[in-house]
Ligand binder design. Structure first.
Ligand code: GLP
Length: 241
């Protein structure tokens, strides 16, 4: 696990965007798993800038969203589909046939998850997965548990996650209780992983990640088993390591 510590959120976003842009330049058909949340907003903005100013071409890039709330339709303002469309997809030249999203309203969730894994396989697997990290160590929506599921699946959200994500909704009651998420195995199968974190609210999680202990009760720690993980964090998130 390689760690890069930068001064602040602006630098983190720029550095992460340059990392991603570099991969797109080397392999214009790169397949990426993409996160949501507050952390990657700056990264998406920077990628849009690189696209507009330096013509970074996304027309062959494939993207897969990491997770989605169960019960939210795609046009719901808080769906991850909507988040990725508004913050990234619509602002670059991604082709809709190359964008893949989990459907939180799919009538048969098991089938939806199975189909998603098949789509990833058909794309030749993921070249890169970009991750944020939950304060409880979740990645995607793989929540701390005795056992974790390897493949894309439906999951019950931890109360800490519901609380943390309430800021995106009118009230905590509106936060969906369940989600669909790529599994830990889906993530670990990617050729490369880039995890980004900023701010002192993430410092305890980063401290735990760098303790080197591996436990399903702290899902991000499983990343220690992957040979090509880059962790980019700002000084605030790094304050305990
Ligand atoms: C969310 C998402 C994760 C994200 C994490 C951190 O619930 N499911 O993919 O990485 O929580 O979010 P934030 O960046 O807003 O702190």
């Amino acid at each position: 696990m390689r760690v890069e510590i930068v001064k602040d959120y602006g630098k983190l976003s720029r550095k992460a965007a340059r990392f991603v842009a570099g991969l797109v330049e080397i392999n214009p058909q790169v397949a990426m798993g993409l996160p949501t949340g507050s952390t990657p907003l700056g990264l998406y903005e920077e990628l849009v800038d690189i696209h507009q100013e330096d013509d970074l071409d996304f027309s062959y890039v494939k993207i897969f969203d990491l997770d989605e709330y169960v019960g939210l339709s795609r046009d719901h303002s808080r769906s991850y589909y909507n988040y990725l469309q508004e913050n990234f997809v619509k602002k670059v030249n991604l082709k809709s046939r190359n964008t893949y999203f989990l459907d939180g309203k799919a009538p048969d969730k098991k089938e939806e998850c199975k189909k998603y894994e098949e789509k990833i396989l058909k794309a030749g697997g993921l070249d890169l997965v970009i991750l944020g990290i939950g304060r409880n160590g979740h990645i995607g929506f793989n929540e701390p548990a005795e056992e974790l599921l390897a493949r894309t699946h439906q999951v019950e959200l931890a109360s800490q996650t519901i609380e943390a994500n309430a800021r995106f909704f009118e009230s905590e009651d509106e936060v969906p209780q369940e989600a669909l998420t790529m599994g830990i195995g889906t993530i670990l199968n990617a050729d490369q992983v880039l995890l980004i974190a900023n701010g002192n609210s993430k410092a305890p999680a980063i401290e735990r990640l760098f303790s080197g202990k591996i436990s399903t009760k702290f899902p991000a720690s499983l990343l220690h088993t992957h040979p090509a993980v880059t962790v980019m964090i700002d000084q605030e998130a790094a304050e305990r390591i």
